[in-house]
Design a binder for this molecule. Structure first.
Ligand code: PMT
Length: 408
């Protein structure tokens, strides 16, 4: 099932949203500074913003027509809003007013900018700018928390004298600071990187109604597929059975058994650049799957199991392997077992998690990982799986790009 195709270019595209705050005038300079850093910028303004700075000013500095309305037949005939949402590698909103943040937190799409925020896969970065009382108001702080939890990156605000005469937190960061803050974002990108990611459990049938499986929900793998997609990777998600809605990625392949997952992965290896094995693949399958439901006539039933192929090890052993990231699910001696898997399966990174305990691991909302590589490791503490996936995706991008640089 093909859901959508991710961008395959190697550039950093920013849609810069301008909210109706007095600091909108500073964003003219922001466009210039982002362009100096190699970003291509398209500007979208709210109606309120156009009362403060003219679209023509932003058109002059960005070199492209400025979009202000969702219902503009002329503009929609060019790059329509869905194309613009797909074009974006980043959606940066500066200034982000209290009202805009509230609408974004509520998922309201009543103008072009808020519609784009819902329609795009690109990470959202917000540079808040408002009066200090508005910033401190519990409603704004709750909206901020909601947006943060969904993965928005909040840049600022700064403290100091405000246009309204107050002094306190709420000043938009300076254009130079914002442009600098976007630089590491660009370094974390995986734009167009062809990625295959396995997720969820496998089911190994015993007869037409029974199977052997494990407790994997698919949550960790789905969150990671989404986080890698947000960084621009073109992700094929190969998933075992899961009750969760699949994330929006380039391609989704549903499988049931380890052998089906093995075949689906190998069929996509020719041009794969990054392979991530989050799935809890059954190590063994029943030697025989009975054609009819097994009867309970024996007091003691002995099942014969046969080893499944090790998908991760096989991918890593290819002549020109992709960059490989494995997981290790351990109930004890996390580092010893994870490092043994790193060496034995010859993978680039291994993300180890403690399973079977009171927190984290299989079928939980939260998890913690320690990521090992030859000569190093990084601990990612207990947090929600989407947050953890974002941290891990950044780490993968860092190492992937490092490996790329070494190879060239
Ligand atoms: O899905 P959730 O409920 O969110 O739970 C997440 C998780 C605990 C399943 C996930 O974080 C995790 O640890 N996934 C790997 C589970 C596992 O099978 O670990 P392992 O140590 O047995 O396997 C090591 C690695 O080899 C894994 O990357 C696994 O995908 C891979 N493998 C294993 C066996 C096999 N036949 N083929 C493989 O590719």
């Amino acid at each position: 099932m093909t859901i959508h195709t991710a961008p395959t270019h190697d550039r950093s595209h920013i849609v810069l949203g301008i909210g109706g705050g007095i600091s909108a005038y500073k964003s003219v300079d922001l466009v210039r500074r982002l362009k100096e850093r190699g970003f291509e910028v398209r500007v979208v303004m709210t109606q309120a913003a156009t009362a403060l700075v003219t679209p023509l000013t932003f058109q002059a500095v960005s070199g492209h027509p400025v979009r202000t309305s969702l219902l503009d037949p002329g503009a929609e005939a060019g790059m329509n809003h869905i194309e613009l949402a797909r074009w974006a590698d980043w959606l940066l909103i500066a200034p982000a007013t209290a009202d805009l943040m509230a609408r974004l937190a509520a998922g309201i799409a009543d103008d072009l900018l808020t519609t784009l925020a819902l329609a795009t896969n690109a990470p959202l970065c917000l540079a808040p700018a408002m009066n200090q009382h508005m910033w401190r108001h519990p409603a704004t702080q709750e909206n901020l928390q909601t947006l943060r939890e969904r993965g928005a990156r909040i840049l600022g605000p700064a403290e100091g004298d405000q246009a309204c005469g107050d002094s306190g937190p709420g000043r938009m960061l300076e254009p130079a600071e914002l442009a600098e803050a976007m630089r590491p974002q660009a370094e974390r990108r995986l734009i167009g990187v062809r990625t295959v990611l396995t997720a969820g459990p496998t089911r190994e049938p015993l007869d037409p109604v029974r199977y052997l499986s494990n407790r994997s929900s698919g949550r960790m793998g789905y969150a990671l597929a989404a986080a890698l997609t947000h960084r621009g990777a073109q992700v094929t998600l190969i998933t075992g059975p899961s009750a969760l809605p699949v994330p929006t990625v380039a391609e989704v392949v549903q499988v049931e058994t380890a052998l089906e997952m093995h075949a689906a992965v190998l069929a996509r290896m020719a041009d794969c650049e990054l392979f991530v094995a989050t799935a809890a693949v059954a190590d063994y399958r029943p030697l025989e799957c009975a054609a009819q439901k097994r009867k309970k006539d024996a007091e003691l039933l002995t099942l014969q199991l046969v080893r499944n192929p090790d998908i991760l090890a096989e991918v890593a052993a290819r002549e020109s392997p992709p960059f490989t990231v494995g997981f290790a699910a351990e109930t004890e001696q996390l580092e010893i077992h994870a490092r043994a898997k790193l060496a034995h399966k010859k993978v680039n990174l291994i993300a180890a998690n403690q399973v079977g305990g009171a927190v984290g691991g299989f079928d939980r909302e939260d998890n913690a990982l320690t990521v090992f590589w030859e000569g190093g490791s990084r601990a990612l503490p207990l947090m929600s799986k989407p947050s953890l996936a974002r941290e891990l995706a950044d780490l993968i991008a860092e190492h992937y790009r490092g490996a790329d640089a070494t190879a060239t």
